[in-house]
Design a protein around this ligand. Structure first.
Ligand SMILES: [Zn+2]
Length: 281
């Protein structure tokens, strides 16, 4: 019991550090998406007349050209999110293996150095190197509880952002606003929409973090089960999941193969602790 308690203290600390990392990750994704704003400004300049307005006759071509910005938001956001998931998986993978090694004095090096993963938990990883990048891309391809893949969520995000930009530009051009004024409107669109980028970053990152920890649990012969600790906001979905006794092992006790606990709801900050096998407990 003593080992398990020490290990779980280490996992709680790891989770706290990881949450600090997510704050930076969210800022990173918002920043990357924000870089595409320059393209809208370029478009406005390209379409502007000498008196710094855009003629109504050019409204539709300009709005059509927003398609390039939307595409660019998509690629930028998707690659930033994969980076964030890779980082989160790295934090979960190396953090838990370090914690196991230091509290149990057992080597779990084999998890990090495995050439090829054999995983029931992460079927898509089987036969590939269990690198954090592979884990991230596997998760990106996986359909989530919302029935969507990462790219679908990103398409939705980019599409919404484009729609908002179209609205403000249409309004501005019809009103005869100056490009400077429309540049400010676009800036506002980016800042009012950035919570969506933050939510994507946090949600995808958490899934990668928890999946990596579940993968270590599956691969390590010392870990018997996972205990789900609901997120700080105690959202109903999380609390209900943590109250479930799926395997008769107790409330909130799951097996690594219960992948639904790695992705419960958007913005979820739940995490898992380890239940150790008797011999090392
Ligand atoms: Zn939650």
């Amino acid at each position: 019991m003593n080992n398990e308690r020490k290990l779980n203290e280490a996992l709680a600390k790891l989770h706290a550090d990881y949450l600090d990392l997510t704050v930076k990750q969210q800022a990173y994704v918002v920043g990357e998406v924000g870089k595409t704003r320059v393209q809208v400004i370029d478009l406005l300049e390209e379409y502007a007349t000498k008196n710094d307005i855009v003629s109504k006759a050019r409204l539709n071509p300009l709005l059509r050209d927003l398609e390039y910005v939307e595409k660019s938001i998509r690629t930028t956001a998707e690659s930033a999110l994969i980076t964030v998931m890779d980082e989160a998986a790295e934090s979960g993978l190396s953090g838990t293996t370090d914690a196991i090694q230091s509290t149990l004095s057992q080597s779990v090096e084999f998890i990090l150095t495995a050439k090829i993963a054999e995983s029931v938990v992460l079927r898509g990883l089987t036969g590939k190197q269990p690198t954090t990048r592979n884990l991230a891309t596997y998760l990106a391809e996986k359909t989530g509880p919302d029935g969507l893949k990462l790219s679908d969520r990103v398409w939705q995000f980019a599409g919404d952002q484009r729609a908002e930009m179209s609205n403000v530009l249409r309004r501005g051009i019809i009103r005869g606003d100056t490009t400077a004024s429309m540049v400010r409107d676009i800036k506002n669109v980016y800042s009012t929409e950035d919570w969506k980028a933050r939510r994507l970053a946090l949600t995808e990152s958490n899934t990668a973090y928890r999946t990596a920890i579940g993968y270590v649990a599956e691969q390590s012969k010392f870990v018997k089960a996972l205990r789900l600790v609901p997120g700080a906001h105690h959202s109903p979905k999380c609390v209900a999941k943590a109250a479930e006794d799926r395997h008769g092992l107790g409330a909130g006790i799951f097996l690594p193969s219960d992948t639904d606990i790695y992705s419960i709801h958007p913005n979820c900050t739940a995490y898992t602790q380890y239940i150790l096998s008797e011999e090392v407990r």
